[in-house]
Design a protein around this ligand. Structure first.
Ligand SMILES: [Zn+2]
Ligand SMILES: [Zn+2]
Length: 167
């Protein structure tokens, strides 16, 4: 049984093409094991994150959903550009995403030629995500053109994979 570090209620088990993860029914935070994240995110990025976790001192703010020890808050980055600071338990290898951490990642169109190289499950999830996103954009009357397009493709793929598959 795992508990939300913010709400302290039991997390709900979910699955996606990469494996099992747990989410909070109240705050929508998510606990995802590092091994599942390794399936979704390219190894150099996860490897760099884990090196930072183990070799540097990081703030410790939240309790691990499994063992309740304090997690380390470490940056996940691509080419030194920090995507997010994520909480990770060095004992259980659980990574915690606050409700807004996935949503805060850049939402940018992925070029067709990049999408074609992704696994079927990811392409399907992106297609579903795009349909939902277009509806949301219309609701909020946000111009899609405002979206920044200069961000590196690597960041896009990683962000969308995280956002789409662990929602
Ligand atoms: Zn919660
Ligand atoms: Zn733990």
């Amino acid at each position: 049984m795992y508990f939300c570090p913010s709400c302290n209620i039991e997390l709900i088990k979910n699955t996606n093409p990469f494996g099992i993860y747990w989410s909070c029914p109240i705050c929508t935070g998510k606990a995802i094991s590092l091994s599942v994240i390794r399936q979704a995110i390219p190894e150099p990025i996860v490897g760099d994150f884990w090196r930072k976790v183990t070799s540097e001192v990081h703030p410790q703010k939240k309790a691990c959903p499994a063992c309740k020890k304090l997690m380390s808050e470490a940056p996940i980055a691509i080419d030194n550009e920090v995507l997010e600071y994520l909480d990770i338990c060095r004992t259980c290898f659980f990574v915690w995403f606050d409700s807004d951490e996935l949503e805060a990642l850049p939402h940018v169109e992925i070029p067709e030629e990049v999408i074609e190289t992704l696994p079927y499950e990811v392409r399907l999830a992106i297609a579903e995500y795009n349909i939902e996103r277009i509806a949301t954009l219309r609701e909020k009357e946000i111009e899609a053109e405002q979206v920044k397009k200069e961000i590196a493709i690597d960041i896009l793929v990683v962000s969308v994979v995280l956002f789409v598959l662990f929602k």
